[in-house]
Design a protein around this ligand. Sequence first.
Ligand SMILES: CC(C)(COP(=O)(O)OP(=O)(O)OC[C@H]1O[C@@H](n2cnc3c(N)ncnc32)[C@H](O)[C@@H]1OP(=O)(O)O)[C@@H](O)C(=O)NCCC(=O)NCCS
Length: 440
Amino acid sequence: MELRKILNDFDASEAYALFEPRWQESVDTYAELPILSDNDLLREACAFCGLDQVTTDHALEFSRAIARTPGLALLFWHCHRLVYVAHEYPQRHFTRWPLFSRLGKDAGAFYLLLALSIVPSIRLLHQARGIPESVSRASLFDVALNVRRFSRVRPGLTGILPRGLHWFRRHAGGGLLRIDRLEYIITPFQGTVTVLRHRRSGATLALSQAGIAYQADGLRPVVPLPGGAVPAGGFVSQYAETEEHISGNPVLPVGVVLRDPLALVKSAWEKRLSPGAPVLEMHIPEGGGMGLDVCFNSMRQAIDFFRRYFPDQPFTSIAMQSWILSPDWERIYRPDANFVQLQREVYLYPLPNDGKVLYFIFDRDDVDLKTALRDTSLRRAILDHLGRGGILRNGGMVFLVDDIERFGTQQYRNGSLFLGLKAQDRAALAEYDIAIWREK
Ligand SMILES: CC(C)(COP(=O)(O)OP(=O)(O)OC[C@H]1O[C@@H](n2cnc3c(N)ncnc32)[C@H](O)[C@@H]1OP(=O)(O)O)[C@@H](O)C(=O)NCCC(=O)NCCS
């Protein structure tokens, strides 16, 4: 069956290039997914994910319709493979996948069923690791959160948005788990810093990766300049290791990189995290209410939990990249906001904008400043900031798991190393076996 014809039948011929990769392979391997034909399996998946009766009934009804329509069933199989099998298929494409208008009220249910189609195999992976069912259920509640978002975007309808599928691709390996308020997955560190610990004092210092263009203020341009060009007055970070030294641009824990590189005496410092090493990556499902106690409880439990259930994947740190970690929020929003308080407990580093904050807070990628909802203080703060011509950026953080019992003390900001770095105080830095880096 031809992809072009199927897409034409669903008024989506313009999406051909998006769905074309691996099409022939899907035709050759076509098999009906059990979730479409086994009503009990689907009903059970819906219940496990916390879906209500209306959504469950809709999913059941539409699954039968897909199974009855050969072109749609093949497209469903193909989409399932693009999401869960074709790992090279870029997740940014999901954002451009259309809600097939020809499907009417079922357009979002097509994608909901795609999310549900992986639930049985995720449950098996959880069971194989011995993960408690309560954690498995809490984690797969992500399906219900996506349905909730869909009903805000398309009132009166059930389903999920195609862009939500990338999250179920992450779930598919069975390693994305919700522990109380927050979600975690062990994954290679995507951040742009190396984190070191001073052996004698226990002080922590992050150095930037080499070759990153920073602005004069030590932040990254909101949108990286073409060809990695350096912003006016800015600088490019350096990083080097020799037998005796580890040298690079220091990152202040408030999320700012300093222009002048330092040289650390290698034997006096222990490397605790490098780009690419496994970390416990943290994520924040929607819902607010993430006070410091709530974060602490979740992080502490997550460290123990992942050590216990994933002993084969050791990690030294928790890490996150998010709009909530931009150091600008203290000013844009309020210094006592929950996520601003969290920022003070972790080691921040700068990132450009990834453009997702509006999606997370307004359920869309652009807002009309005149008509956008101003019903919460966070929304008002963002709209006022944008109205003043302000920009939004992302931020990154790391937190060494050995430090968990000191959570709540702002440990990375309080030490004399931080003060010495800010003041560029050579004597204070020498106490930490640090010198200003002189290139030979
Ligand atoms: C990130 C988040 C959890 C912050 O939680 P928090 O700091 O504990 O927020 P609070 O519960 O203290 O709420 C503070 C204000 O923000 C509002 N708010 C919280 N989440 C909101 C959301 N998703 N959309 C709009 N407003 C939101 C609250 O209603 C409250 O407004 P009020 O002062 O008028 O009552 C929350 O914004 C959220 O749920 N975001 C969606 C998910 C997300 O962005 N994850 C990060 C992905 S990178």
